[in-house]
Design a binder for this molecule. Sequence first.
Ligand SMILES: *[C@@H]1O[C@H](CO)[C@@H](O)[C@H](O)[C@H]1NC(C)=O
Ligand SMILES: *[C@@H]1O[C@H](CO)[C@@H](O)[C@H](O)[C@H]1NC(C)=O
Ligand SMILES: *[C@@H]1O[C@H](CO)[C@@H](O)[C@H](O)[C@H]1NC(C)=O
Ligand SMILES: *[C@@H]1O[C@H](CO)[C@@H](O)[C@H](O)[C@H]1NC(C)=O
Ligand SMILES: *[C@@H]1O[C@H](CO)[C@@H](O)[C@H](O)[C@H]1NC(C)=O
Ligand SMILES: [Zn+2]
Length: 452
Amino acid sequence: MCLALVTLGFCIVLISPKVVQAAFQFKHHNNEELATILEDVHSRCPNITKVYALSENSVAGNPLLLIEFSGEPGYHELLEPEFKYIANMHGNEVLGRELLLKMADYLCEQYMAGNESIRSLIHVTRIHLMPSMNPDGWEMATAAGGDNYLIGRANNNSVDLNRDFPDLDRLLYSEEEERTVRNNHLMDQIRHLDHPPQPETLAVMRMIMEQPFVASANLHGGDLVANYPYDESRDKDGSIESLSPDDDTFRHLALSYSKLHPRMSDPNQPSCDDTSSGFGKQGGITNGAAWYSVEGGMQDFNYLSSNDFEITLELGCEKYPKTERLAQEWEDNKDALINLIWQSHIGVKGEVKDAVTGRPLVNAIITTRNVTRINETHARKDLIKHDITSAQGGDYWRLLTKGEYEITASVRNYLPLTKRVLVTNPHHEPAFIVNFELQSATNQGQRTWVNS
Ligand SMILES: *[C@@H]1O[C@H](CO)[C@@H](O)[C@H](O)[C@H]1NC(C)=O
Ligand SMILES: *[C@@H]1O[C@H](CO)[C@@H](O)[C@H](O)[C@H]1NC(C)=O
Ligand SMILES: *[C@@H]1O[C@H](CO)[C@@H](O)[C@H](O)[C@H]1NC(C)=O
Ligand SMILES: *[C@@H]1O[C@H](CO)[C@@H](O)[C@H](O)[C@H]1NC(C)=O
Ligand SMILES: *[C@@H]1O[C@H](CO)[C@@H](O)[C@H](O)[C@H]1NC(C)=O
Ligand SMILES: [Zn+2]
């Protein structure tokens, strides 16, 4: 192989092919090439990346690989929000897979080139990219020649992975009727699953529940729209708009993507099936259930089982675009993909600690009231009925749109503390910090002795 330096008029021949770091090529990369690209990016950017596999392999034995970008890869840094992109969950929807591979290449390249905005993004955010959740389906779809509506959609056990997650929406909706609502971390209330999840689903469920993700997106194809919770309809018999308590925040997340995509939010963009007007007329976003109801999907599972706010991105009408389209698709999606990662920094974040010992308080409950809405509507209170909990370091992230809020931190056996904050969400900057130091409710007035 010859790497020609044309201007110098000579040729460098590299003996070992392992040393060759070929420029990224837009094409449909198979599962081995996918792994090679991630390893290659890691070898170019070893101090900001880590390649890892989830706990389970796919049914046909392919590893489920991710690459992480962070100032300290492999570790959760206190107060640093975690973001994830998962693509190719439907094996025949392949654009997201190629976009995430290119994104890994781009983040590494720009970081090394000293691009300040990429450097600051990576220094303040822990970013996880999973190019394929369904590598077996990708192989089926590709063997069948690509763009087929169904072949390769499911995993190797013929299960649609985006219908395979525990249905937490139904549990939530039944509790809403009985007025016993607790609408976060609902897996705590599940005693047994009605079906064993597929290995791909199980691996991702574990990741969602073990890592303190703050925001994420699931990349699909077949339409052009940013879709937000809930995906499952409140009405069992029909698809009706089914909003979550964080509807304003979810719309903001979806718009952060659609507005930066040249076609998604264009009102003149025709719909994929030509029978209705496109989503562009509504800004390129839709409530999931208003479109069609999905039971057992990954998006709602994130919101109802963890602190993660996930949206679903439909990246285009064609599920398996031709190779020649890929470079343009990257140009069209690049800024939107990066802008959405920055949205893991909206709202407030902070640490919850014991006021005396400074010990971090894990699983503290962060409750939010919307003061701006109270003032506008003269309501007595406007509780956002979705609490967030603090992570292992006592750190929490509460995504919020602009406005004034009352944030309360509560922990059993401590006195709750409420703070009022004005959220301004400056462009592409870390969230405003609001810390809570809680007084013990049981040891009031007692001296706390620390063993020496
Ligand atoms: C990683 O290495 C690059 C280039 O050697 C250096 O500029 C950068 O500061 C390092 N980053 C971290 C997080 O150590
Ligand atoms: C740095 O990265 C940002 C975000 O992708 C991009 O908009 C900008 O053009 C890059 N700057 C340079 C000099 O390439
Ligand atoms: C499972 O994968 C094998 C190839 O590894 C393929 O021959 C078979 O048709 C697949 N089955 C399904 C249901 O996808
Ligand atoms: C809302 O009303 C409270 C109490 O009257 C006041 O302190 C606060 O500044 C108001 N906030 C906004 C955003 O108008
Ligand atoms: C709070 O209320 C204001 C006024 O209605 C709204 O603009 C804002 O998006 C709300 N915040 C959230 C997180 O719902
Ligand atoms: Zn899909």
